[in-house]
Design a protein around this ligand. Structure first.
Ligand code: SF4
Length: 93
């Protein structure tokens, strides 16, 4: 199914369904740590895994490269409908 691009303004379009791979596994690259990994003493939780899943605490990206993370509150419990581009899909884990 082809998704419709959303026009944000005369210069920017929102392109839906990017194939993201995002994590905080490299502390030398990023400045933050995943709070779920810290709580579980692991490096296994990832914000988005390409082709596979999106973390249940992932609330999106803010430019430049900041993750909006709602841990320990699941994103569906705090995001409003108009903050999402579409209904939650089954890739949320
Ligand atoms: S969204 Fe938050 S809890 Fe989930 S993997 Fe990313 S930093 Fe960790």
């Amino acid at each position: 199914m082809q998704m419709e691009d959303i026009v944000v303004n005369s210069k920017v379009k929102k392109l839906i369904g990017s194939n993201m791979d995002i994590d905080f596994s490299n502390a030398d690259f990023g400045n933050s740590k995943c709070p779920w990994n810290t709580a579980d003493k692991t490096n296994g939780h990832m914000c988005a895994v390409k082709d596979i899943s999106i973390c249940k605490y992932f609330c999106g990206i803010q430019y430049l490269d900041s993750v909006l993370c709602s841990y320990p509150y699941e994103n569906v419990s705090i995001l409003k409908r108009d903050e999402m581009d579409r209904d939650i899909i089954d890739r949320i884990v």
